[in-house]
Design a protein around this ligand. Structure first.
Ligand code: BG6
Length: 485
């Protein structure tokens, strides 16, 4: 059996008392347990600085589950809580790692360990050193890393090097939680399980693509982290570029980790360096969100800042398939609605036989893939308006629409981390990001940031509750394109 093929029966969570653990990881694990999907022998060992014992950690976990997991998905909770134990640890020193190893050994003989690191990146290096010293980096151990993995190519390479010194790439699992979303995976099914799309999925038929990830939330108390990151590094570097790669990649030969990631990385490497004129940044000012007045970013932060909370980019994939097809990306906080969607705009028909019949203009076809919160796929088609056509053939755009929750009413809707945690336990890397992908992503992002610096570009302001600064509209309008809203 290859080193990466074991099923882990121990899961070690660093940052176990933190926000991600309470909001997503523990609820996802509990929901999997309630559905009987966790390996029977799986024990979960939490670790963090807080001075808790097993009972204290279980209490914290119970409170988190009650807050963040709907009652109907919790099961009895008792069995799940029984899987949990806890070891306090200051990961910045080597001292506590032997006790951590002893705690893991307490749970009895094991076939394999999965480690989930959701801590400040500054702790990655010391944590790996501690794990090595305590003998917790052996062949039956795999390592899962949560973002942020650095702030640029150089710092991400440093983190990746530190991890690579202890784990080979086939045992490193980098999370991009967008890949755990069902509707994101469905992009692959749409493109490669249907014969209809692939022949027209290129610059001959597609005019442009828009990818929008809009949020209504503001800073959400993540002051330190967000102000050092900004929308480009927080959302575009990872989630949006992964979406772009899935839309633009060539068909992989199979649905396995190497084949899928080989194709994604080719797209990421084909991204043309964006010029300063092809990007727009913004920062929200006081306005309204979901009907309530909200303060501006600078007010929430308590000081003036040049961090962007909005970014729009006209991107180009320089390869044969996508020659001349812009990919317009935009993301922001405090936008009017929470929506993640991909719009594929097709070209006009080469010749309209209806011209001059009084029927009005033909609208080029569009495919709208809504990822969240709605999960719909809509193809806009032209159709004839019923009638005797005495004043000419009248045509109108009509939707051919699939509402995923209706099409799959019986299927359980899951948190993205449920899928990813299960894949981590099983050792399937297909939905995790490989080092070369991360580095290609950073390379492109670093180029944009260097352009901003060289041209002294500062974010334009926009009102909370609007679709970003006016420059974002101009970015597409000068190509004769409107954002889909
Ligand atoms: C995270 C970002 O990676 O993704 C957050 O750090 C953002 O700023 C979040 O809010 C969005 O995720 P989702 O699943 O709510 O779209």
């Amino acid at each position: 059996m290859a080193a990466s093929e074991f099923a882990a029966d121990r899961l070690l969570l660093f940052g176990a008392t933190g926000d991600l653990s309470r909001r997503k990881l523990l609820p996802s694990l509990c929901a999997l347990d309630a559905d009987g999907l966790l390996p029977e022998k799986l024990k979960i060992i939490g670790t963090a600085r807080s001075d808790l014992d097993d009972a204290g950690f279980r209490d914290m976990a119970r409170a988190a589950l009650e807050e963040f997991l709907p009652a109907e998905r919790r099961g009895s909770m008792a069995g799940f809580l029984n899987r949990l134990s806890y070891q306090p640890l200051d990961a910045s020193t080597l001292d506590g790692f032997d006790a951590l190893a002893a705690k893991i050994a307490d749970a009895g003989p094991s076939d394999g360990l999965a480690i989930f690191l959701s801590t400040a990146p500054s702790l990655f290096g010391p944590t790996i050193a501690g794990l090595e010293k305590a003998g917790l980096t052996g062949e039956n151990v795999r390592m899962c890393l949560e973002k942020p993995l650095g702030t640029d190519l150089a710092s991400s390479a440093e983190i990746n090097d530190a991890v690579a010194a202890a784990f080979p790439e086939e045992r490193i699992f980098r999370i991009d939680h967008y890949l755990g979303k069902e509707t994101v995976q469905n992009l692959l099914a749409l493109r490669f399980a249907n014969i209809l799309f692939e022949p027209i999925w290129n610059s001959n038929v597609i005019e442009h693509v828009q990818i929008t990830v809009a949020e209504t939330v503001g800073l959400e108390g993540r002051v330190g982290f967000y102000n050092d990151a900004g929308a480009l590094r927080d959302m575009v570097q990872n989630h949006m570029l992964q979406l772009l790669a899935l839309v633009a990649m060539e068909p992989p030969t199979s649905f396995d980790a190497t084949a899928v990631r080989d194709e994604k990385v080719k797209v990421l490497r084909a991204l043309r360096e964006a010029t300063a004129g092809e990007t727009v940044t913004g920062q929200y000012r006081a306005g309204a969100s979901s009907g309530a007045a909200v303060p501006g970013y600078d007010e929430e932060l308590g000081e003036a800042s040049d961090t962007e909370t909005f970014v729009a980019i006209k991107a180009h994939v320089d390869n044969w398939r996508w020659k001349g097809v812009p990919f317009y990306l935009r993301t922001g906080k405090r936008l009017p609605e929470r929506v993640t969607e991909i719009l594929v705009q097709f070209r006009s028909v080469p010749h309209s036989i209806f011209e001059g019949t009084g029927g009005g203009a033909l609208h080029p076809n569009r495919l709208l893939i809504e990822i969240q919160p709605d999960e719909n796929i809509t193809l806009s088609l032209m159709a004839k308006v019923p009638g005797l056509d005495e004043d000419g053939v009248r045509l109108r755009e009509v939707p051919l629409a699939i509402t995923m929750p209706d099409a799959f009413a019986e299927a359980q809707r899951r948190i993205a981390y449920e899928r990813l945690l299960l894949d981590l336990i099983k050792g399937d890397q297909t939905l995790f990001v490989r080092r070369d992908e991360v580095e290609a992503q950073w390379n492109w992002i670093d180029g944009i940031r260097a352009g901003w610096e060289a041209n002294d570009i500062k974010p334009q302001t926009y009102m909370a509750g609007s679709w970003g600064p006016s420059g974002a509209v101009a970015l597409t309008e000068r190509d004769g394109v409107s954002w889909h809203e």
